[in-house]
Design a protein around this ligand. Sequence first.
Ligand SMILES: Nc1nc2c(ncn2[C@@H]2O[C@H](COP(=O)(O)OP(=O)(O)OP(=O)(O)O)[C@@H](O)[C@H]2O)c(=O)[nH]1
Ligand SMILES: [Mg+2]
Length: 310
Amino acid sequence: MFRKIREIFSKAIDKISEKMEKISEERFGKEISQEDISKLSEELIIDLVEADVAYEVAENIIKDLEKKIVGSKIGLFEDKKRFIKDKFREILIEYLKRGEWNKDLVEMIKNSSKPYKILFMGVNGVGKTTTIAKVAKYLRDRGLKVLVVAADTFRAGAQEQLEIHCKKLSIPIFRGRYGYDPAALVFDSIKYAQKNSFDVILIDSAGRQHTDIDLMNEIKKISRVSSPDLKILVLDALTGNDAVNQAIEFDKYIGVDGVILTKLDADASGGSALSIITTINKPIIFVGVGQKYDDLISYKADLIIEKIIE
Ligand SMILES: Nc1nc2c(ncn2[C@@H]2O[C@H](COP(=O)(O)OP(=O)(O)OP(=O)(O)O)[C@@H](O)[C@H]2O)c(=O)[nH]1
Ligand SMILES: [Mg+2]
């Protein structure tokens, strides 16, 4: 997780602080100029882009760094490494905080009328079904009565896949026939949940490309019929910058309240995750960090920064 990005920042911190050490010795009491660091800045942008950070994100990070250090005077005895590290940390924390949700899902569900409805959507294979199983366990373990709704009536095996998860977790599932209108199935499931006083229903939907108008209209219909309390877009950290387009399109069609970013554990570089978090302009509710049910954590900027800056 974030291994490559961590190496890049660590190398950059070393190089920039060495340069500052030299400057403080050679030109004691002088300010750091743009010229002093422009070559190192360029190198860092290239390294970040090669590690899948979107160009604009890399450029913005560097610009912010330059703003913070150009013009500053570095004392001979000051700890330069500490100084640069702190600057990077300040910048990245500000970027990563943009993704924080700052809400308590369990409290939201408890304080809402029953059932609280959560719709999960996203492109094929991003991890919707697995994530639903994780969220179902998370909520059940916190005392809520959870119903999982298998509204993927399209892909062969989709219902059974979810059913296997639910069996393992002893969580009830609402199923339908393949080929059945998913919007109608969701409508039925809500009535069932009301009758049986479930606190929350988690609706799994079929994977769909954000460019497929028919399927986007279908999810729009599911959303209209069920009027979810929370619409979650599941994004795969490995998708790279296309995830940003997915977020824009799903938001345009259906509206996205929050994101779950999966497969952070499989993203050795971390560059694409960093770009996604800082550019989609949506809160990240959870991140997926593995294939086990407990591999789901609430997103916090502090948690990510620890992985990026040693
Ligand atoms: N390493 C890792 N793998 C994950 C994570 N989340 C999901 N996966 C894996 O990603 C693959 C696809 O997961 P699914 O849950 O079937 O994805 P989906 O979005 O429901 O797929 P469709 O219904 O076909 O669109 C599975 O092999 C999961 O185990 C994660 O956080 N980390
Ligand atoms: Mg699925």
